[in-house]
Design a binder for this molecule. Structure first.
Ligand code: ADP
Ligand code: MG
Length: 294
């Protein structure tokens, strides 16, 4: 739980009556890990204004594993950037673990992210002048790990993602799929309470996708909250909830059936291990997603 660890004591594990200066009353019980309320994002571009996110309300329960789907340009990456503090919403509010975060400065967001939020960018953003190993280790160190813990975490993640042999390579020497897995290892290095992953399997073959989904499944089992953008319905079926965006709005938000990481990890047809059970991503939610994707 990040509440107890957030700097400055601005968070409560349980909002009381004197809690956030939000226009909405605080819900009873522990706060959701993340709550976005009526957020919009309008980019100013050469050709005029681009409304990328148009009034999204979203709550993520603690420990939920949620997939975000939608056509290209529907606002998936923008939504993740807003929720991770990389962009500021044009309007609306974002609360992370009971603390309002859309108003934080970039510096405060940087501290928050370093400790509590893992981000896998669609285009990796690895540090090019560092080795693969250092990219991962640095993220762990910045998250507060000791040298020994950071080295251990680095080895563990690179091993799980099949990258041990690439530890000393520069990112530029890796394939797209390898870089993507390094980006995930880096994002997971500080064991973030919230993992925001933008197409983490976008460049991977099915064996590497399985490794990534195994890792995400384990993070989910450990209680981490995951929001993962994917264009692949089979990958989405690893999540317990699927949100669909279209034109910057949520057009579908449904729990998968049966919930839980194990379901998707074995049910995804193209991703099932050869010896695994037969594929059966048969939920109504997934069917709707597939219809939406045309
Ligand atoms: P997705 O990830 O679903 O493909 P994006 O979030 O990247 O979609 O983009 C949503 C919309 O916002 C698109 O029309 C895109 O062109 C626009 N957009 C995204 N980032 C910017 C930006 N920095 N400046 C201007 N327009 C942007
Ligand atoms: Mg995108």
């Amino acid at each position: 739980m990040i509440g107890a660890r957030l700097a400055g004591g601005a968070t409560r594990s349980r909002p009381g009556p004197a809690a956030p200066a939000s226009p909405r009353p605080a819900p009873p019980g522990p706060p959701d890990l993340l709550r976005a309320s009526a957020i919009t994002k309008i980019f100013q571009a050469d050709g005029g204004q681009v409304p990328a996110i148009r009034g999204v309300d979203l709550t993520l329960g603690r420990g939920q594993f949620v997939a975000v789907m939608g056509p290209s340009g529907s606002g998936k990456s923008t939504l993740l950037h807003l929720l991770g503090g990389l962009e500021r919403p044009t309007s609306g509010e974002i609360w992370l673990d009971g603390r309002r975060v859309d108003t934080l400065s970039q510096a405060k967001w940087a501290v928050l992210r370093r400790r509590h939020v893992g981000f896998v960018f669609q285009f990796f953003n690895l540090l090019s002048n560092m080795t693969v190993a250092d990219n991962v280790e640095l993220a762990a160190l910045m998250g507060g790990a000791t040298r020994r813990q950071a080295a251990q975490r680095r080895d563990e993640l690179l091993g799980e993602l099949g990258l041990r042999g690439r530890a000393d390579a520069a990112p530029a020497r890796l394939s797209g799929g390898e870089q993507q897995r390094v980006a995930l290892a880096r994002a997971m290095a500080n064991r973030p309470s919230l993992l925001l992953a933008d197409e983490p399997t976008g460049n991977l073959d099915s064996a590497a996708s399985r490794a990534v989904l195994r890792l995400l499944g384990r993070a989910h089992a450990d209680g981490q909250t995951i929001l993962m953008v994917t264009h692949d319905a089979r990958v989405a079926s690893a999540a317990e909830r699927v949100i669909c965006l279209s034109d910057g709005m949520v057009v579908d938000d449904a729990l998968m059936c049966p919930p839980g990481p194990a379901a998707g990890l074995t049910a995804a047809p193209g991703l099932a291990a050869p010896s695994g059970p037969p594929a059966s991503p048969s939920s109504a939610a997934l069917a709707r997603v597939l219809r939406l994707r045309g």
